[in-house]
Design a protein around this ligand. Structure first.
Ligand code: MTE
Ligand code: MO
Length: 158
């Protein structure tokens, strides 16, 4: 897996920074994201202002990419994962929060993608997109992702 810094002058590749409670924070380009198993999804979503859209996406599972960055929970204790949030942000500031349990195979196991292609067009320059095939509304289909922060700051309620 490539971990070189982006803003490669020759190609001006977009990149996404994985930060927060991770053992191995990293900055990844869309070509870097091809290193994980690729999944496909046909998605329809409705925008409150522009109506229904249909797209085909492909890319790695968000869970696979984040898991490899070493989230700071105890992998042997399922309950320990329940305090983790994932903040996904586009370069324009649009953002959404997911819980770790939403994408964890032991919990909701949502097939959330970090898409590297939309309708057969690579997203190398535009940046990856968050794809939640289970969402009816399109608002969480964040385009031009440039930051994902994993946040386990809820260790205890007391
Ligand atoms: N970065 C970014 N992604 C975004 C938005 C946005 O404002 N910024 N709007 C969301 C909303 S409300 C919808 S409905 C879909 C619309 O997808 P489209 O931009 O392909 O039309 O994108 C979502 N992703
Ligand atoms: Mo929307």
């Amino acid at each position: 897996m490539g971990q070189s810094p982006t803003q490669s002058p020759a190609h001006s590749l977009a990149s996404v920074a994985l930060t927060g409670d991770l053992a191995r924070p990293v900055r990844l380009t869309v070509p870097d994201l091809l290193a994980w198993p690729q999944h496909r999804a046909r998605v329809s979503f409705e925008c409150a202002t522009s109506g229904v859209q249909h797209h085909r996406f492909e890319g790695p599972l968000l869970h696979d990419v984040l898991y490899d960055a070493g989230p700071g929970f105890d992998p042997a204790r399922r309950k320990d994962r329940l305090r983790f949030l994932i903040a996904v942000a586009g370069a324009d500031g649009h953002h959404a929060l997911l819980t770790w349990a939403e994408i964890d195979p032991d919990f909701a196991h949502a097939p959330v993608l970090l898409a590297v292609g939309i309708d057969d067009t690579p997203l190398d320059r535009a940046g990856p997109q968050l794809v939640l095939p289970q969402d009816r509304c399109g608002a969480r289909h964040i385009s031009g992702i440039n930051a994902i922060r994993v946040d386990g700051r809820y260790p205890s309620w007391t």
